[in-house]
Design a protein around this ligand. Structure first.
Ligand code: PLP
Length: 359
């Protein structure tokens, strides 16, 4: 990214050679991202974020299916999907939010029951950002394909954590975000099975095959490309390590904090997230104490951090734990020593909060 900012700063849309060299940097990144998901480069459109990719997919679907006024999603999607479908509802669309079970998983037959003749799109996330739980997206995709309904999958949390191969998933749109694989923030991508089902969200120049106007953030796109290359090279090595750390953190907390419970299906989830309920403890107070002790944790997703609302995800699966659950997100750069220390600090903070509640 530094190299691009310092040396390859030309406008990628310019016809002179300096611009063409910058354009080739974008195309190399497109190839790297496409390779990571086994797609063809022209199927990948760079966006400003996973949020934009989600908006682009859903708005494309409703624009290209003008007679279909029904949308199916789940109660645990990211706010970039839920806020948009709520907005579309105000514009006259009908929205069915399929519930999840107490493990946080959506049931395929419930999605099937929600489908209608006028369903424009089904949108279901691959992995949940608060619990890490994986949804049955292969079955849901196959179901949508049989019924001729468009399927969008928010794969932002899945990329780099589970194999993402577009040839194996019956899907029309997949959203990605660079920062979830250690790329820069403010860069994402939408994979499109077919450009004819895409309606530009941002109209302007011919950039991104005419599907997203505006001069590209070349440095961010190049950063995304390099992150994709590293992600492809690393394979599962780091995932096994981070899963061990996550399991050690969970076990340490469950062994020492009475009544603590892991939220979400423990068997089928991405390896770097855990969400733990601490009954009787305010999640908001706990994250403040942990932050002061040097442990970064959250009571919901970063996009909802400044609302006072309890997590909509935990509310949808275990309402009684919505206000006492904390999400921990790990990374291969974490160490065993950090996990031991975090465990100790969680135990101390929960004990302090429970004692103050008794006082
Ligand atoms: N979808 C999911 C599941 C996410 O976890 C996130 C971000 O955390 C997004 C979408 C939004 O991505 P971005 O932060 O790039 O807008």
């Amino acid at each position: 990214m530094n190299r691009v900012l310092n040396d390859a700063w030309g406008n990628p849309s310019s016809s002179y050679g300096f611009g063409a060299r910058v354009r080739s940097e974008i195309e190399r990144s497109r190839e790297s991202v496409a390779k990571l998901i086994n797609a063809r480069p022209h199927e990948v459109i760079f966006t400003s974020s996973g949020t934009e990719a989600n908006n682009m997919a859903l708005l494309s679907a409703v624009a290209t299916r003008p007679t279909c006024k029904h949308i199916v999603t789940t109660t645990v999607e990211h706010s970039s999907v839920l806020t948009l479908v709520d907005h579309l509802k105000k514009k006259g669309y009908e929205v069915t939010k399929v519930p999840v079970d107490r493990e946080g998983v959506v049931c395929v037959s419930e999605v099937e029951s929600a489908l209608r003749e006028d369903t424009a799109i089904v949108t279901v996330m691959w992995a949940n950002n608060e619990t890490g739980v994986l949804h049955p997206v292969f079955e849901i995709g196959a179901l949508c394909r049989r019924r001729g309904i468009l399927f969008h999958c928010d794969a932002v949390q899945a990329l780099g954590k589970v194999p993402v191969d577009v040839s194996k998933l019956d899907c029309d749109y997949l959203s990605f975000s660079a920062h979830k694989i250690h790329g820069p923030k403010g860069c994402g991508a939408l994979w499109l099975r077919d450009p004819s089902i895409c309606e530009p969200l941002i109209r302007g120049g011919h950039q991104e095959h005419g599907l997203r106007g505006g001069t590209e953030d070349v440095a961010a796109i190049v950063g995304f490309g390099v992150a994709a290359e590293i992600c492809a090279q690393e394979g599962t090595k780091n995932l096994l390590y981070v899963r061990e750390l996550r399991d050690a953190l969970e076990q340490g907390i469950l062994d020492s904090v009475s009544n603590a419970e892991v939220n979400g299906c423990r068997l089928n989830r991405i390896p770097h997230i855990t969400n733990i309920a601490f009954p009787g403890v305010s999640a908001q107070a706990l994250v403040v104490l942990l932050d002061a002790a040097g442990v970064c944790a959250s009571a919901g997703s970063a996009c909802m951090a400044f609302t006072k609302e309890p997590s909509h995800v935990i509310k949808a699966m275990k309402p009684e734990f919505a206000e006492c659950s904390v999400r921990f997100c790990l990374d291969p750069s974490n160490t065993n020593t950090e996990i031991e220390s975090a465990c100790l600090k969680v135990v101390q903070a929960v004990t302090a909060l429970r004692q103050s509640a008794l006082a």
